[in-house]
Design a protein around this ligand. Structure first.
Ligand SMILES: *[C@@H]1O[C@H](CO)[C@@H](O)[C@H](O)[C@H]1NC(C)=O
Ligand SMILES: *[C@@H]1O[C@H](CO)[C@@H](O)[C@H](O)[C@H]1NC(C)=O
Length: 356
């Protein structure tokens, strides 16, 4: 629910000379995930620190690590099983015990987490739940802006993140649910047409947070890393679903805009602007971006991506970490730790392991 209105040790021995960057990123990710679970995972609720949409992102990060490091798979499966069973009972603001609530973006985060759970386990229950969530998200396509979905069922705001999530979930489903491929692809294409035309993408390829009540994006609509991230994963899935290279071209443009804005002038370390120390929500964003940048990197390599991913992972471990706990300022200092800052840090370490 975040839209800001105004804004194991290794199982084998090796000689030190053979220690690669890959293994250290993976080792660091594992250390950070263990710290995350010890400090914040509540087996009764299936959530980390009681947080809702953030927990969907944390689960996704842990699953992505298991997709990189097989030895982590049993632990990830246990977390998935428990969270899938318990979390819906703690869905905030609703009495239903499902992943549906008032916020289309919350729904999108859980749909992507459940699709990742399906990718790891092959368990169709998770995919079916993601389809149920997606079907609910389609009911948001009633804005006065000639398309797009609302941020929430209160129909007060039209924001970038909800629409990027809608596109990404649709494109992921197109690649996983054969009998719904055509319908899901239509939704994803319609969403891109709308999104790329409504004015949220600035000329320099940074993405505004949303549009106002007259369906226009204004210069004072802020820029956040996660808005540059979710779209990348969605476009890569669209490329897989269609074989059309244009989706990757679009993704490279948006990634370039993002790196110029959020990783420039700071030694290639990602920075969130706008109060990352004050807000649980903002602390989650960089991880979402870097996770999706790694997806684009795997689909279509650019040195700039691996540089930012690895430099950020190195910096946060050196300057913004203690005992496997990670803060929100990847350049340091190590202050303002929250469960979301930890979750974001894990995303970056997993991304670095994935692209190494
Ligand atoms: C886990 O969540 C339950 C339900 O909200 C709560 O009663 C319990 O105190 C929490 N446990 C810890 C260790 O925080
Ligand atoms: C990109 O354009 C936006 C909107 O005009 C501006 O606020 C932002 O500073 C620009 N970013 C860079 C890196 O030039």
């Amino acid at each position: 629910m975040k839209y800001l209105a105004s804004a194991l040790p290794l199982l084998f021995l090796y000689s030190p000379s053979l220690v690669t960057a890959t293994s250290s990123y993976a080792d660091n990710a594992e250390t950070a995930i263990k710290a995350m679970n010890d400090k914040w995972y509540n087996t009764t609720t299936g959530l980390w620190d009681g947080l809702w949409w953030n927990s969907a992102n944390t689960l996704t990060a842990v699953i992505n690590f298991a997709l990189v490091d097989d030895s982590w798979k049993p632990t990830a499966q246990d977390l998935i099983t428990n969270t899938y069973a318990k979390a819906p009972n703690h869905n905030p603001g609703v009495t239903s015990t499902t992943f549906l609530n008032n916020f289309y973006d919350d729904e999108g985060w859980w749909a992507l987490a459940l699709i990742a759970a399906y990718d790891l386990t092959g368990n169709n229950d998770y995919l079916d739940s993601a389809v149920t969530i997606f079907d609910d998200m389609t009911t948001g396509w009633t804005t006065p802006c000639n398309g797009g979905i609302w941020w929430s069922k209160d129909k007060q705001a039209v924001v970038s993140i909800a629409n990027e999530l809608f596109l990404s979930v649709a494109a992921h489903l197109a690649n996983r649910v054969p009998d719904q491929k055509d319908a899901a692809l239509s939704w994803a294409r319609a969403t891109w047409s709308w999104f790329s035309d409504i004015g949220v993408i600035a000329p320099n390829n940074t993405i505004h947070d949303g549009v106002d009540t007259t369906c226009k994006a204004h210069d004072d609509s802020p820029f956040f890393t996660y808005n540059q991230g979710v779209i990348l994963g969605g476009l890569v899935e669209l490329n897989k679903a269609t074989g059309e290279s244009s989706w990757i071209d679009e993704a490279h443009k948006l990634a370039a805009g993002a790196l110029a804005h959020f990783a420039n002038g700071d030694g290639n370390v990602l920075t969130e602007f706008g109060g990352v120390d004050e807000d649980n929500n903002l602390a989650q964003f960089k991880g979402i971006f870097v996770r999706n940048l790694a997806i684009l990197e795997k689909a279509s390599h650019k040195d700039a991506y691996t540089t930012v991913i690895k430099t950020s992972a190195n910096s946060l471990w050196k300057n913004d970490q203690s005992g496997g706990v990670v803060g929100p300022h990847w350049q340091g200092p190590f202050v303002d730790v929250t469960a979301p800052s930890q979750s974001s840090g894990i995303d970056c370490l997993v991304a670095a392991a994935a692209v190494s």
